[in-house]
Design a protein around this ligand. Structure first.
Ligand code: GDP
Length: 295
C-alpha cells in the first residue's frame, strides 16, 4: 500500500523544513511527491505531469515558500486544482424532448446495462414515464438482464427479440413511447470487449437515427489507463455529452475521472457505486472526487 497524498506531503514538507530554508528546489521535490501520488491514484501519466506543472507554478505564485504551514497550503492548492480540472460544479442531467431520448454507450462489461436500470429507476422516482430499450441484439442474455432490471424497478422494457437491427428497434421503441405516454426513453446498446469498428458504426447509426438529447459514455473506473483511451475513441466517434464512471465502490482512487475529464473535456455526470439498484447512482461532485483522489 502507499501513503495517501496528505501523508506524503507532510513528509515532503518536513524535509523542506529540515533544510532550514525553503527553496524552489524543495518545492520541486514536493511537486514530485504530488505527481507520484496522482499516478498511484491511477491518473494518466501525461495528465499527472501537466497538472503538477500547473500546481508548481501556482504554489510558487501563492508564496508557499513563505507560508506558515506550507504543507497545508500545498494540499489546498492541489485539492482546488483537481476540483477545477474536473469541472468545479455538478453538471445536471436534464434530457429534453418529447419523449427525451438518452443513448447509452460503452464497452461490454463496463456496467452499461446495470446503469441503464439504475438511471431508469432514478428517473422514475423523479416523476418521469420511463421506457428502457434493449438494443444489444447480439447477446440474448443482455435482453434478459435488462428485463430483469425492469421487473425489479417497475420500469417498462421494450424488446424485439427477433429483430437484429438496433436502429429499427430504437426507432420502433420511440414510436411506442410516443403512443404510450412515455417521457423518457433510455436506449441500451451492444458493447464489445474492445473497441471495434462494427460496434462503432452501429452505435453511430443508432445515434443518427434517434437523435438523442444526451449520449452517455459508461466506463469502468477500475480499468485505469485503458479507460482514457476508450473514452477518447468513443468521443471521437460519438461526440458524447457526458461520462458515467462505474464500480467506484471498489478501492480504486478515481484517477480515471480526472484523466478522462482532462483528455476528452466532457463532464462526468454520474458515478455508480455497487451492483444494487437503490442508492448506488449519484451525480458527480468534482470536490468530493478531488478528496478521494487525494486519499
Ligand atoms: P455491460 O456489459 O456494460 O452491460 O455491463 P453490466 O451492466 O452487465 O455489468 C457488468 C458487471 O459489472 C455485472 O456483474 C454488474 O453487476 C457489475 N457492475 C455494474 N455496475 C457496477 C458498479 O457500480 N459496482 C460494482 N461493484 N459492480 C458493478
Amino acid at each position: 500500500m502507499f501513503d495517501n497524498l496528505s501523508q506524503q506531503l507532510d513528509r515532503a514538507v518536513k524535509n523542506l523544513k529540515g533544510e532550514g530554508r525553503i527553496s524552489e528546489i524543495n518545492v520541486a521535490t514536493t511537486v514530485k511527491e504530488i505527481r507520484k501520488a496522482l499516478l498511484n491514484a491511477d491518473v494518466n501519466f501525461k495528465v499527472a505531469k501537466e497538472i503538477t506543472n500547473d500546481i508548481k507554478e501556482e504554489a510558487l505564485g501563492q508564496k508557499v515558500l513563505t507560508a506558515v504551514s506550507p504543507g497545508q497550503l500545498f494540499i489546498k492548492i492541489v485539492s482546488d486544482k483537481l476540483t477545477e480540472l474536473m469541472g468545479s460544479t455538478v453538471v445536471p442531467f436534464n434530457p429534453t424532448g418529447n419523449p427525451a431520448v438518452v443513448l447509452i454507450s460503452g464497452l461490454q462489461g463496463s456496467g452499461k446495462t446495470t446503469f441503464t436500470g439504475k438511471l431508469g429507476l432514478k428517473m422514475k422516482k423523479a416523476g418521469k414515464q420511463v421506457l428502457l430499450v434493449a438494443g444489444d441484439v447480439y447477446r440474448p442474455a443482455a435482453i434478459d438482464q435488462l428485463e430483469t432490471l425492469g421487473e425489479q424497478t417497475g420500469v417498462e422494457v421494450y424488446t424485439e427479440r427477433e429483430n437484429k437491427n438496433p436502429v429499427e428497434i430504437a426507432q420502433n421503441a420511440i414510436e411506442y413511447a410516443k403512443k404510450n405516454g412515455k417521457s423518457l426513453v433510455i436506449v441500451d446498446t451492444a458493447g464489445r470487449l474492445a473497441v471495434d469498428e462494427q460496434m462503432m458504426k452501429e452505435i453511430e447509426a443508432v445515434k443518427a437515427a434517434v437523435k438523442p438529447s444526451e449520449t452517455l459514455f459508461v466506463v469502468d473506473s477500475m480499468t485505469g489507463q485503458d479507460a482514457v483511451n476508450t473514452a477518447k475513441t468513443f468521443n471521437e466517434r460519438l461526440d458524447f455529452d457526458g461520462v458515467v464512471l462505474t464500480k467506484l465502490d471498489g478501492d480504486t482512487r478515481g484517477g480515471a475521472a480526472l484523466s478522462i475529464r482532462r483528455v476528452v473535456e466532457k463532464p462526468i455526470k454520474f458515478i455508480s457505486t455497487g451492483e444494487k439498484l437503490e442508492n448506488t447512482l449519484d451525480e458527480f461532485h468534482p470536490d468530493r472526487m478531488a478528496q478521494r483522489i487525494l486519499g
